[in-house]
Design a binder for this molecule. Structure first.
Ligand SMILES: [Zn+2]
Ligand SMILES: [Zn+2]
Length: 132
């Protein structure tokens, strides 16, 4: 018997973007079970890397997404953004990509269907992030 509860692995597929999963993802990030970093695979190219536990089904996910609206690009401000207070963080929407076929999922669809938002903080060059 494993000490890691497997109750969550029986989650049925459900397409959901409920904010509760974003909150859960934040808790997992705080506890280190989910990790998120901005990487630079090539000079001038930034990508988000989010890996660890899916906040809904608990399976491992490994998500890479190119970031196009970060530094180095001008004139690409998104017209839909409402505030400019969060320009220091890069919100990335993650879809569960655990690779497991959950019951109730459409054909050829893996993952539990959840999508959630992770905010990545670019690490300033030569500066350690401060925590309160
Ligand atoms: Zn899963
Ligand atoms: Zn999942």
């Amino acid at each position: 018997m494993s000490d890691d509860s497997s109750a969550d692995s029986a989650q049925r597929y459900e397409k959901t973007a409920a904010f509760a999963w974003t909150e859960r993802a934040f808790e997992l990030l705080e506890s280190g079970r989910l990790r998120a970093e901005i990487r630079q695979p090539r000079p001038g190219v930034l990508a988000s890397h989010v890996w660890g536990r899916c906040p809904r089904c608990g399976h491992d996910i490994d998500d890479w997404q190119p970031l196009s609206a970060v530094t180095g690009l001008t004139g690409s401000r998104q017209p839909g953004s409402t505030t400019r207070d969060t320009t220091d963080v890069e919100p990335v929407d993650i879809n569960c990509g655990c690779g497991t076929v959950h019951s109730g999922a459409p054909a050829d669809i893996t993952g539990c269907g959840v999508s959630f938002r992770v905010e990545l903080e670019p690490v300033p060059e030569g500066a350690a992030p401060e925590r309160e």
